[in-house]
Design a protein around this ligand. Structure first.
Ligand code: GUN
Length: 285
């Protein structure tokens, strides 16, 4: 039997309706949620992602400014971020990753105040997530949790295997699944993991964020599994994921497509976080 599709386009559309409603309420109270996106250099994929974020934000009635530098020193970038951090009208600030080699993403994330760090990558916000009291859940894990919610996929006690240990997805995903109320049992695998095929087969839910095209083939999965593919790669005239969709969909129970799976949910997660930041600024000044 072919797997059921976990449709990120459908779920994100529903989520965006909720966000749009919140934006309207905030506007009635004189606040328009405003996201600032810093982009450095010329990474074609990043440019597409940033364009999507801006377009989606504006479609929901939010404001979004993209600040693009061909090149910039880390010191100057930090200075520019700090200026935006002091601007009362700006609610969310993100720095699109990857950054050029000469800029340390950790150092940059540290200069975004936690209440405006809508990516949730600053040391403070990651620490809050580690403690089980997140202020912002990073957008991709947040979006994936929404997919589980929408399709009634219960996480309690389930064995979730994550392939990938990045700060953007793998690690915050693991921490999000360990939150009280989610209560999953989590295994994190990475490029040095031995017997990856054996471990992925033991998963009830498999989340793949390895950044390797078609890493997960039919040999890595088994019947009844839920498979979430975070990867996205350009191949000739189409997009493919970290999962070999065509062979894996014949085995597992649920699967996210690429495109149209996790991608739209990540954008919605970021906008939801920006809305929360605006809401909190209205409440607390
Ligand atoms: N690059 C890939 N995903 C992300 C993300 O969620 N946030 C940022 N800032 N950069 C990214």
């Amino acid at each position: 039997m072919t797997a059921k599709i976990l449709d990120g386009k459908v779920v994100s559309k529903e989520w965006k309706k909720e966000i749009e409603k919140k934006v309207s309420e905030l506007k009635e109270n004189g606040v328009t949620p405003f996201l600032n996106v810093f982009l450095v250099g010329h990474n074609p994929a990043s440019e597409i992602y940033v364009r999507n974020k801006k377009r989606s934000a504006e479609k929901l009635g939010m404001k979004c400014e993209v600040i693009h530098y061909e090149n910039i020193s880390p010191e100057k970038l930090k200075e520019e971020i700090k200026k935006k951090a002091c601007d009362k009208n700006v609610h969310g600030i993100i720095v699109q990753l990857p950054l050029p080699e000469h800029i340390d993403p950790e150092e940059i994330a540290s200069c975004i105040p936690f209440k405006k760090d809508v990516d949730g990558f600053s040391p403070y916000n990651l620490g809050k997530l580690v403690r089980g009291e997140p202020y912002f859940i990073p957008a991709t894990p947040y979006g994936i949790l929404k997919i589980f919610d929408h399709y009634g996929i219960d996480l309690r006690g389930k064995h979730v295997v994550i392939v990938g240990r990045s700060t953007i997805v793998g690690k915050p995903m693991a921490l999000s699944l360990l939150l009280k109320g989610k209560d999953a049992t989590v295994t994190v695998c990475h490029s040095k993991t031995k017997d990856l095929e054996k471990i992925t087969k033991e998963a009830e839910i498999l989340i793949v964020a390895a950044g390797k095209k078609r890493l997960i083939t039919e040999n890595y999965v088994c019947k009844g599994q839920v498979v979430i593919d975070v990867g996205i790669h350009r191949e000739e005239d189409r997009w493919v994921g970290d999962v070999d969709f065509e062979s894996v969909k014949e085995i597992v129970e649920y699967i996210t497509p690429v495109p149209g799976g996790v991608g739209p949910m990540t954008v919605a997660g970021l906008l939801a976080n920006t809305c929360k930041a605006a809401e909190m600024s209205l409440k607390n000044g």
